[in-house]
Design a protein around this ligand. Structure first.
Ligand SMILES: O=C(CO)[C@@H](O)[C@H](O)COP(=O)(O)O
Length: 230
């Protein structure tokens, strides 16, 4: 059985020891490094921007999974691609929010042209059916399982239904985008998420607040692997 991909979010890392924490992820079973960019407009919090992404990229050996929680993301896609998401040795993902894009189709095309996987994220209130006409342009669909803006929040259980619905939508259209879930992911829900059809799990607090983050990643993978449908 294939375990889910785990993308620890550096939003929960120690920013004063970012190199140490990125190197810890390099040595762990983490698959991608999730980079949460917040602008204080699209979400009520500011995290970090392009220079921090560049710094993470300098030390990372795993693909960057850049999640832009910003308005007008098309203005910054190329800069984040250059800052490490499009690293040719380990191409990553740039994800924009459906709710932040006036011309989503164009922005997804723009992301693919940088050499990155193109991702689209949905806030908890946005139905998965809104993606029906862009599925061919999408490599990854990120379902927010908390209201975006802060780490450490409680998982919204309705996300499980959305994952199942999205899995059916993808199957019916013959598309194979990754389904990623972001927010409140931990040992208590990883099996249910994988059973529902999630491929990639973002984990912030459950990794970086653990006594042993590498062990926490290993445990998430183990729990997910047992639950994964064959
Ligand atoms: O994008 C976000 C929050 O907006 C997430 O990536 C969180 O940072 C995940 O953190 P935890 O819920 O796992 O602490």
């Amino acid at each position: 059985m294939i375990p889910p991909l785990i993308a620890p979010s550096i939003l929960a890392a120690d920013f004063a020891n970012l190199q140490r924490d990125v190197e810890l992820l390099n040595r762990s079973e983490a698959d991608w490094i999730h980079v949460d960019v917040m602008d204080g407009v699209f979400v009520p919090n500011i995290s970090f921007g392009i220079p921090v992404c560049e710094a993470v990229n300098r030390h990372a050996t795993k693909p960057l999974d850049v999640h832009l929680m910003i308005v007008q993301p098309e203005r910054y896609v190329d800069a984040f691609a250059r800052a490490g998401a499009a690293n040719p040795d380990r191409p990553g993902t740039i994800t924009v929010h459906l709710e932040a894009c006036t011309h989503l189709y164009r922005t997804l095309t723009q992301i693919r042209e940088t050499g990155c996987r193109a991702g689209v994220a949905l806030n908890p209130h946005s139905p998965v059916e809104l993606l029906a006409d862009v599925l061919e342009e999408v490599d990854l669909i990120l379902l927010m399982s908390v209201n975006p803006g802060f780490g450490g929040q409680s998982f919204i259980p309705h996300t499980l239904q959305k994952i199942r619905k999205l899995r059916r939508l993808l199957a019916a259209s013959g598309q194979t985008a990754f389904i990623e879930v972001d927010g409140g992911v931990g040992n208590d829900n990883v099996a249910a998420l994988v059973e529902a059809g999630a491929d990639v799990l973002v984990a912030g607090s459950s990794v970086f607040r653990a006594a042993d983050p590498a062990e926490a990643i290993h445990t998430l993978k183990q729990f997910g692997q047992t639950a994964r449908p064959v």
